[in-house]
Write a protein that binds this ligand. Structure first.
Ligand code: CP
Length: 498
């Protein structure tokens, strides 16, 4: 079954078929809940299932709706709604806390945590399904499913419409997951409004481009209101801002007012993941109860959608799914190719003296990466004799390249993989008796791990050493030169990871 034992840590690893299936099932659940048709939704009865709700950050809607969904399904819940009163306050790591709930034989973990990528770490670490109830500024995928449910319920479709997202596009995880999800649907025209300091991250703008999404950036909120069918307002995420001047600049310009609703299209719907900060409201309270204001119904949709998500993961629903299933991209594949070795004498008209006998030569490296590779390959610690420089390429004098020659050295597979990760495109020549006997062209490995000094460039990522969570960084190939953090999806060039 496509959904059984499945984690829900991000929205991009669900196909549109899978999303639509979840929404269809949630429609059935909403009807059954409204009709108190208990036998249709109490699917976990008699199974003694227990969900742990681990909330490291405040929540009203996500925690309560998950709890209600679990109870209506016939599960029980345990856990905490704040770290106050827990051993997190004594310095316990996420890993150890998760271990406890696994030791207590909980059947699922539903967690909210301030660090980006924490849910994916939990999913890798645990043997039970993990539901991401919000991880830092990264994603909030179960919110997105209820958002999509609400949009479809209101418009009758998820394609060919004008969707506005406003407020905090930089730190707002609900905005991120929603944009990622909408990019998969045909003909969604995305309209964005925020203070420029809170713009949508480049990685997501690139993703919109890749999917061919038409994006319009608006200078004024009222102008955007009139150009959209659905508008998704968000709260400025003050608590995530390292610099509160961003908050002061942005807070006053994002309020959706009563006057604006008058400029909207017939059939317009105003959404908000909530909460609305009463001190800096992103929607005027005068709009509560307005027929175009959907946010109360939207929050209510959290119960049927989350009930469905739990039921699918436990295999209580979903055996009738026959659409396209999600497949992870090819994680295997070689990271090097053997090149033809030409039998010609070693050139002497070079600015770096060739190896006289045996060793390895890394050629066509990224310029000025020599020191990084010397450190990574522990060249000095081993006492290797080496030469390294950034030089003008003889074949293309207009360009420069890095070179590293190490006498009497052969690389292990792991060392080769590390070189490939740091300097994709380089060649590695094995030299025997001053002749090249093997020549490899390296490319980015599909998965990059165990590289000394590697770090994600996102300071909020769980894999950063300063968070003391002992989560080793892992990167995944995202193009010829780019990598993506396995945990938080931060996009980097491979040169940025060390
Ligand atoms: N939408 C949302 O995540 O709300 P809570 O923070 O109240 O869970």
């Amino acid at each position: 079954m496509a959904f059984k034992d499945r984690d829900l840590t991000d929205i991009h690893s669900f196909t549109t078929d899978e999303v639509m299936f979840i929404l269809d099932k949630a429609v059935e659940m909403k009807r059954a809940l409204a009709a108190k048709d208990v036998s249709r939704y109490r699917l976990a009865d008699g199974k003694d299932l227990l969900a742990a709700l681990l909330f490291y950050e405040n929540s009203t809607r996500t925690r309560t709706s998950f709890e209600i969904a679990a109870m209506r399904l016939g599960m029980r819940t345990t856990g905490f709604s704040s770290t106050e009163g827990t051993s997190v306050k004594k310095g316990e790591s996420l890993r150890h806390t998760l271990d406890m709930y696994e030791a207590y034989l909980c059947d699922a973990v539903i967690m909210r945590h301030p660090l980006d990528g924490s849910a994916r770490f939990a999913a890798d670490h645990l043997h039970v399904p993990v539901f991401n109830a919000g991880d830092g500024k990264h994603e909030h995928p179960t919110q997105t499913l209820l958002d999509l449910f609400t949009i479809r319920e209101h418009l009758g479709r998820l394609d060919n419409f004008d969707m506005g997202i406003a407020g905090d596009l930089k730190y707002g995880r609900t905005a991120h997951s929603l944009a990622i999800a909408l990019a998969k649907f045909e003909g969604v025209r995305l309209h964005l409004f925020s203070h420029h300091v809170l713009a949508l991250p480049d990685v997501l703008m690139e993703m919109m481009k890749e999917h061919g999404v038409e994006v319009t950036i608006h200078e004024r909120l009222d102008e955007m209101a009139g150009a959209t069918d659905i508008m998704y307002q968000t709260r400025i995420q003050k608590e995530r801002m390292p610099d509160l001047s961003e908050y002061d600049k942005a807070k006053s310009m994002s309020e959706f007012t009563g006057a604006m609703i008058g400029k909207t299209r017939d059939g317009f719907g105003l959404m908000h993941p909530l909460p609305i900060d009463k001190a800096a409201p992103s929607i005027s309270s005068s709009l509560d109860g307005n027929p175009k204001a959907l946010y109360k119904v939207q929050a209510g949709n959290g119960v049927p959608t989350r009930l469905t998500e739990l039921a699918l993961s436990f295999g209580l629903l979903g055996d009738d799914f026959d659409g396209e299933e999600w497949k992870d991209s090819d994680l295997n594949g070689d990271f090097f190719e053997d090149l033809k070795v030409e039998d010609r004498p070693v050139r002497t008209d070079v600015s770096i003296r060739p190896l006289r006998k045996n060793g390895v030569v890394i050629d066509h490296m990224r310029p000025y990466m020599e020191d990084v590779l010397v450190r990574m390959l522990k060249v000095r610690e081993r006492g290797d004799i080496y030469r390294a420089a950034t030089v003008r390429a003889l074949s293309r004098p207009e360009s420069i390249k890095g070179m590293l020659m190490i006498e009497d050295r052969e690389f292990t597979q792991e060392e080769l993989r590390a070189v490939a990760a740091i300097s994709p495109g380089c060649t590695v020549n094995t030299i025997k008796e001053a002749k090249v006997v093997r020549k490899l062209r390296l490319k980015l490995p599909a998965v990059i791990e165990n590289i000394p000094h590697m770090a994600c460039s996102n300071k909020g990522c769980i894999s950063r050493s300063e968070h003391l969570e002992s989560v080793k960084p892992v990167m995944r190939r995202a193009g010829d030169e780019k990598v993506r953090c396995h945990f938080c999806d931060q996009l980097m060039t491979s040169a940025e990871i060390v």
